[in-house]
Design a protein around this ligand. Structure first.
Ligand SMILES: [Zn+2]
Length: 280
């Protein structure tokens, strides 16, 4: 009896919380004249306390007060079916020697999805030179079209428009890093210093968006942070603490959606809106 009373209380509390959020959401819809699609509700999770709630699909990306912890959270959708962790198949980065304008370089390389561009880099720390900056080179076909240096280039990726990204692991044992995005001329599009180590990063196939994820740093709010960048505007769109650590990034540029997948035992994927969240 007591148990069922407690369950009932929890159920009522949850309903109240949901109806409060629902009210906020319908207010948001009214304010922005968005078509309220009552039939399409998504399951979401607070990016702060990880409490669960539902919201209309039109609210994706909005900032609302969490019904559980009351702090503001971005409305993101999570799929609920518990599934076995996906088999992680990362394209193996290969090592090879390349002829560059600085002579022969032995380094990692990766090609753009179209195979048109080739990005080569060498982390000198890993090669036993802890204070030597790591060079990188971008080739278009056989032509080297730009080059540069950062402290410790890692996790390079190049898009079909020649824009490319790096996680700079820096010459330090402190938990810090820099995320870089460059255009095909080697100009810096984004340089984001982070007080945590970078876990991974990705660039959209068309080169219009990029995202990076940091690893744990309990002494900084920038730990376990997912940051999205608009490379055309050369600025950050938003940052959140995602419900799980992304291993795969799927940029749907047309729909302005970013889908992340990871090894979460709970969530299959998380759908994020790539437009800046309006302050609710
Ligand atoms: Zn919360």
């Amino acid at each position: 009896m007591l148990q069922s009373l407690i369950l009932l209380a929890i159920s009522i509390a949850t309903r109240k919380a949901l109806s409060k959020l629902g009210n906020q959401m319908s207010e948001l819809n009214d304010q922005q004249n968005l078509p309220a699609n009552e039939s399409e509700f998504l399951k979401g999770e607070c990016t702060n306390c990880h409490g669960h709630f539902e919201f209309p699909k039109s609210g994706l990306g909005e900032i609302v007060a969490c019904p559980h912890c009351k702090t503001s959270t971005v409305l993101i959708a999570t799929t609920e079916e518990p599934i076995a962790p996906p088999v992680v198949i990362k394209s193996e980065l290969a090592l090879d020697a390349f002829k560059t304008s600085d002579g022969e370089i032995f380094g990692h390389f990766i090609k753009s999805p179209s195979q048109e561009y080739l990005l080569v880099w060498s982390d000198q720390w890993a090669a036993g030179h802890p204070r030597t900056k790591g060079p990188f080179y971008l080739f278009h076909g056989k032509d080297e079209i730009c080059k540069g240096q950062i402290q410790r280039p890692n996790d390079g990726q190049v898009a079909d428009n020649g824009s490319f990204i790096f996680c700079d692991w820096l010459f330090t044992q402190n938990l810090s890093s820099v995320f870089y995005a460059f255009n095909r001329c080697g100009e810096v599009l984004v340089e984001k210093k982070l007080r945590a180590n970078l876990y991974n990063a990705a660039i959209s196939q068309d080169g219009l968006f990029a995202a990076c994820q940091t690893a744990v740093n309990n002494d900084s709010r920038q730990g376990e942070l997912l940051t999205l960048f608009d490379l055309t505007l050369r600025k950050e769109i938003w940052h959140i603490n995602p419900p799980f650590c992304p291993e795969f990034y799927e940029f749907r540029t047309r729909a302005l959606e970013l889908i992340i997948r990871g090894c979460s035992p709970v969530y299959k994927a998380c759908v994020l809106n790539m437009v800046p969240a309006s302050k609710g």
